[in-house]
Design a protein around this ligand. Sequence first.
Ligand code: TMP
Length: 210
Amino acid sequence: MDIGKFITFEGIEGVGKSTNIGHFVAALEDAGHKVLVTREPGGTPIAERVRSLVAEHGDEVIPDVAELLLIFAARAIHVENLIRPALQAGTWVICDRFTDSSRAYQGGGRGIPQADIDLLASWVQSDIEPDLTILLDAPVEVGMARAGNRGDPDRFESERMDFFDRVRATYLELAANHPDRFVVIDAAGNLAQVQEAVDTVAQELISNFN
Ligand code: TMP
């Protein structure tokens, strides 16, 4: 059985993940690859309901540990019901955020020990690891200014700048510690420049796996 590639996009709010994922997917499809685009938290009907629980503002406080466990519960559903079957069918899966978001937001942002997150990861996703992670990186002020134009902020977008400083720093640390898996793209520039960099990564990937 063919095994598809698993590629994740990461970055703070406002770095242009959605636009660049669209661009990346078009390049893969042009090269004849069957591609599934999905996102976290979410990706399946029940996991999308968990996304609403953690992202929306509500009257009740969600303790940090509950936020982490809800996100991993959604991930377990997403991995077993969508990601694993697609990869096993030879489909390339492009995911808008995955476990590195938990490491950056719940680990770096909220201060939950990375060892706890890694334990959940080994339990929930076992052998499902990204083959490639594209980190779109930009200074927090740049991302926040762009995200600020998108309407009412959700629970995460309402966090303070220092929270996002820690999230970004954790992402950069993860990328430095896993250079074999991460590609960091400077997303502070104009869209054409960022898309060119995304295209280069897509073409390299295509030539490696054709
Ligand atoms: P987004 O789809 O607009 O990026 O929003 C998803 C939000 O969920 C974003 O603020 C980051 C947050 N998130 C976490 O905190 N931990 C996670 O593991 C994931 C997947 C997302």
